[in-house]
Structure formats: structure tokens, C-alpha cells
Design a protein around this ligand. Sequence first.
Ligand SMILES: [Zn+2]
Length: 176
Amino acid sequence: MSNFFRKAYNVNLPKSKRESEEFGGGKKGLVLCKKCTSAYYKKSWHHDIAGLKNYEKDWPVHFTVCPACQMIHNKQYEGRIKIKNIPVVSEDRLDDLIRGFCHRAFERDPLDRLINLEKSLPAGRQDGSDWTVTTTENQLANKLAKKIKDAFSKVKSKTKFAGDPSDVVEITIEFS
Ligand SMILES: [Zn+2]
């Protein structure tokens, strides 16, 4: 885990869309992630305990690993975008877009994360690298792919869902 994920944010987070199945949702108490210090209370994950009332801060504390850290630890992902044939002139802008977009998503919801951004230039190619982006949430990958399509005119994409019982989405974007 990079320091990026350890940083605490003092922001008022909207209620996460994710109801927790694992923690018996709504049970009184506070659950902290050992890896990223995200806090689970009131049925969702938060960056910190700023949203708790004073008396609630005396609640019993349990330690666990949050779903996002667990997924990263298991080398799993829910969203993967393969971006192909990226011209050198577009690389900086695309890198900024991906990191910025995922960072803002993470600020809103500690479970929304960029896991990895892997770059490679296939042998024999002078220009046109291939990148693979993995995220903890399929919706994050979907929205990011849409953002990339909006930002760059000469791209086409296709989306594939792995299907039940998996939530994994695989998206391919190709620069032409
Ligand atoms: Zn965590």
C-alpha cells in the first residue's frame, strides 16, 4: 500500500452505496481497517471517525481488513480497463486523468480505489503503449472508461461483463 491510501481525509462523506454484509450492518460499534484505517460505522465505510457523535466514539472498537484492502491483498479486482495503442503525446494527459479521477472517487468512498496502473510498450513498437488499469469497483472502471472516451476523440471501446457470480467488468479501449 502506498502512502496515498493511508492519508486521512477530513471530509463529510455521503453514505456509501455499499451496505455491509460482513459486519452485520447496523450493529453498534466501530470497525477499523488495520491496513488503511478506514472506519466502518452506520452501515458504511468512511475515511475517519469524524462523522461520529462524541458518545459514539466510545463505542467498542473491532479491527478487521476492509473489503478494498482485502481485494488488493488477494490480488483481485472488480474493474479492469485495457487501454491500447496510446500515443506518446497523450500519455501525460491520460495518466493525469486516470489518477485524478480515481483519487476523487477514493475521497468520496474509501472503497473506490485505483489498484494498479501498469504500462508497457510492446516489443518493436516505437509509439503506442498499452496500459492496464485495475480498480476495486466495477462502477469506477465504467465511469473512468466513459471519462476517457469523452476526453479523447480517437478512441473506441468495448465492455465485457464476466457475469454471475462475478461482478468483474473488463473494458478495452483502443486509440486509433
Ligand atoms: Zn482498508
